[in-house]
Design a protein around this ligand. Structure first.
Ligand code: NAD
Length: 440
């Protein structure tokens, strides 16, 4: 169960690179990339200093009565990295690995992500250090309501708009919108949060939106690389919201999904999995090991890390951060990496991958479909008018395709990899917004 521990406990072991940057620390990794882009763009010291630190860090300790009557205290965070481009936007993560620097890095990534797709938001992120799977539904609800109540001054449709992330879903969003509305004289304020169930003002297309941008950007990258989707294989790490929909939609485009994994195990099937059937037959809230034997007798269990090193055309890491590091980057055989997860590649592994000639669709582009459709949800809530799924998908595809092209063009113009190109597009826009807002 989720006993409160010191934040430092969850930090990965330090591993400083030659530059003195601790690449195991996600915030330092983010800063290394930001600084590389800021150097090329010659961002002045003022904007650089402002964007190097979060605007606001809120840290709460939440006492929650557990089902057995005991009280446990959980650490919660909300970090606002930047509101230069608009109210901060970003998910809430429930995981044991949640710690301050992780949430700070994720908040900054949201700033760059919203900027690269050019939607009018800044970046924020939240998290609670807990094992979401070990909580009963009632415990999770009490914890969520305690978090929402403690953040009632932080959240707001024009202030800070959360969404789901790892370990949270539409149900959690429903409790948050309810708690927030209760704290505001029972006025229903759906635009305070996105990723809500449809009945409570959610948007059609939101559930599949992140996997969908993994698919659209993958297909765009394959066109640039002259790869034929119908003759290509893909390995998908992580079979949660992003990975499962990413796999399903890539399969629809003709790619053969030969490997899938979750935190319990990785599976390889050279003939390819039937992802559509898997969606129809199994409850995907359960781990892969509960249904894989029924589904595919030939599927071979492989080491969880080996999924990254398979001889496939496309690799889609859609689970957690820092899985591609200096230790395994040179073993990657895929020609294309599409980052469904946030931060799956440690910053010091970028160069190794670039030198191998592997194209990377970076996280802030590949998984930006989620925040893009979250933006549509917020717009629909405020207008009280709702789009069809087709309208949502068409609008999101257009935004994602434009962002990919802008980043691809930047990478050609500046002769840099796609990751740095994405940061160049994003940092330029945010720094300009900071500049336009002036000083006091
Ligand atoms: P999720 O909780 O639905 O799924 C996460 C999946 O990763 C699960 O299948 C889990 O078992 C698996 N996993 C965890 N640790 C693993 C490991 N060590 N090896 C292999 N698999 C492992 O989460 P999600 O919403 O799909 O998010 C996945 C990633 O995508 C996160 O980095 C998240 O920040 C990012 N992301 C999510 C969204 C969204 O809309 N959900 C949007 C943008 C980015």
């Amino acid at each position: 169960m989720c006993a409160k521990k010191k934040t430092e406990d969850a930090k990965p072991a330090a591993g400083k690179g030659a530059s003195g940057v601790d690449y195991n620390n996600p915030y330092e990794s983010m800063l290394a990339r930001f600084n590389a882009a800021a150097d090329i763009l010659k961002i002045n010291d003022r904007e650089r200093a402002i964007l190097s630190v979060p605007e606001k860090v809120v840290n709460v300790n939440l006492p929650v009565v557990m089902d057995d009557g005991t009280t446990q205290v959980f650490e919660g965070y909300r970090v606002i990295h930047s509101t230069a481009m608009g109210p901060s936007k970003g998910g809430i993560r429930y995981a044991m690995e949640v710690h301050a620097d992780e949430v700070k890095a994720l908040a900054a990534w949201m700033t760059w992500k919203c900027a690269v797709v050019n939607i009018p938001y800044g970046g924020g992120k939240g998290g609670i250090k807990c094992n979401s799977r070990a909580l009963s539904v009632d415990e999770k609800e009490r914890l969520t309501r305690a978090y929402a109540a403690s953040m009632s001054e932080v959240f707001g449709p024009d202030l800070d708009i959360p969404a789901p992330d790892m370990g949270t879903d539409g149900n959690v969003m429903a409790w948050i919108v309810d708690e927030y509305s209760k704290m505001n004289n029972n006025k229903y304020i759906p635009a305070v949060i996105t990723g809500k169930p449809l009945l409570l003002g959610g948007s059609k297309g939101r559930t599949a939106a992140t996997g969908r941008s993994v698919m659209t950007t993958c297909i765009q990258a394959m066109e640039k690389l002259k790869m034929d989707p119908k003759k290509s294989t893909v390995a998908v790490q992580g079979f949660g919201n992003v990975g499962s929909y990413g796999a399903l939609l890539l399969e629809e485009k003709g790619l053969k999904v030969v490997a899938i994994s979750d935190h319990k195990g990785a599976y390889y099937s050279p003939k390819g999995f039937n992802i559509k059937r898997i969606f129809e037959k199994y409850d995907l809230r359960n781990t892969i090991d509960t249904w894989i034997d029924k589904e595919d007798k030939d599927a071979k269990r492989i080491d969880n890390k080996a999924i990254l090193e398979l001889d496939v055309d496309v690799l889609a890491p859609c689970a957690i951060e820092n899985v591609i590091t200096t230790e395994n980057a040179h073993k990657i055989k895929a020609k294309l990496i599409v980052e469904g997860a946030n931060g799956p590649t440690a910053a010091d592994a970028d160069e190794i991958i670039h030198k191998q000639g592997i194209m990377v669709v970076p996280d802030i582009v590949a998984n930006a479909g989620g925040v893009t459709v979250s933006y549509f949800e917020w717009v629909q809530n405020r207008r009280g008018h709702y789009y069809t799924e087709e309208e949502v998908n068409d609008r999101a595809d257009r935004i994602i395709k434009e962002a990919f092209e802008a980043v691809y063009q930047m990478s050609k113009d500046k002769k840099v990899g796609m990751r740095l190109a994405a940061y160049l597009v994003a940092v330029q826009r945010v720094a300009e917004a900071v500049h336009l807002k002036g000083k006091y």
